[in-house]
Design a protein around this ligand. Sequence first.
Ligand code: HEC
Length: 502
Amino acid sequence: MRSLYIALGLLAFAPVGVVAALVASGTVDANSLSMMLNLMTGADGPTADESTLARRYEVPDGFQLSLYTADLPRARFLRFTPGGDLLVSRPHEGDIVLLEKDLDGDGRPDGTRTLLANLQRPLGIDIHDNWLYIAESGRVSKIRFDSASGQTSGELQTVVPNLTDDGNHWSKTLRIGPDEQLYLSQGSTCNICEEEDQRRATMMRFELDGSDGEIIATGLRNSVGFDWAPWDQALYATDNGRDLLGDDTPPCELNHIQPGKFYGWPYFYGNNIADPDMNADPQAAERSPTQPVHPFRAHNAPLGITFLEASELPDTYTKSALVALHGSWNRSSLDGYKVVSLHWTPAGIEERDFLTGFLRDGEISGRPVDVAQAPDGSIYISDDYAGAIYRVTYEPDREGSALPMPQPISRLDETPPQWLANADLPAMASSGEMLYQKLGCRSCHDEGENPSRLDALSTRLGYSATINALAYPQAPMPVFPLSDTERRELAVYLLWNPESAD
Ligand code: HEC
């Protein structure tokens, strides 16, 4: 695995020829390499679908996960309008998309339309007093926005001109603070260096018209997400640690942003450890860098952070935020690729898994970017790899997930799933039969007054549909806590016919 790490280190600077040579020399297998290249070049990953969600993803007990939309390549930052529509920025497409509020209750947006196009790589978005503010890569702009109709009017106006967007980390995040001022964070041009433009790797603050700009915090390598704690208005920002110092160094950070403070980059990382690639700078040391309030694991790449309005959530979420960990590329084994919850407790900030499954068995199905909470309390998560938005709701009394049953149920024309090709069908069928007995499936399907018989199942359902029916059964059939393998074994038992086997 070490060679993979070295190869990946090289890759950051390597022309395609070098990559090809690495594959040819057998240093890296072609599969991992093509996945890594996808991640690094921002290429799109596999499309999200409900069966992927059902198979891979997990949320804490009482929460339900569903797919809000699967058709938004490179979706990055999210913002709800006061009217309940969801705005999504897509820097690589140069647009902002509006997903119309789900009024018909089918679990999908009622419509999807491009609100603004031809922007310069927009990332941060916020709404204040009928203006939509946009952090483009080279400026902050605004346009009139009516949240009742979900329409803009008039021209796009420049609020803050002449921002630099060269090098790495060109994207900018903006929010209007509780003090009605405009906050803007922008990352560094490089992995580790001294910046020429003093505004890079900082957080800035402006009046809403763009005047009186000041740098309020420095030494922030790439603080892509920030938000204010609702209980004391403290401002917290995520920060991505530098690359190429090894698998577990340095930690990514959550910082408590306070005006005038210096957060260490490029001279220090983590709890004020001097960066080996920078000459010790006595002036920087005098500025006594402020330590992070919470470390994330190295290279996990925390992006969006959103404090939760938790009146409808379990007590442990009273003082909590969700953070999207986009996931590592600069590490020999992949890490991150999930949404975590942070809990402010008397003992400090505690990190727990909230939405996992984007990374399974070394395979990546998505990369979370941002989190937003709708006016009704439901939670939305963007994924720029699968091009999807997920929705998480909390209904403690509801069993299983909020995924709708696959419709229509007749799926005999499905292509046989891949696992079937190499499966030991007789062995699986006999394990399936044992499960069927042990779990009491007979009591409803073979016994009693009016059993709902499964003998002719194979005339109606294929393997995937049967597995889905077991994962998301229709009431009154109960949810059984089955593993993927057990569901497959049951499906083989119910569908496979030894007589017709070759
Ligand atoms: C409490 C009764 C009950 C138990 C126990 C039960 N089921 Fe069911 N199951 C049902 C009912 C009722 C349906 C039909 C639901 C509907 O209306 O579509 C059903 C539907 C199904 C279906 C989909 C059939 C179709 O035609 O769509 C499958 C497959 C299935 N059950 C398998 C199982 C297996 C395997 C077990 C044991 C692990 C099991 N069931 C346990 C009541 C039960």
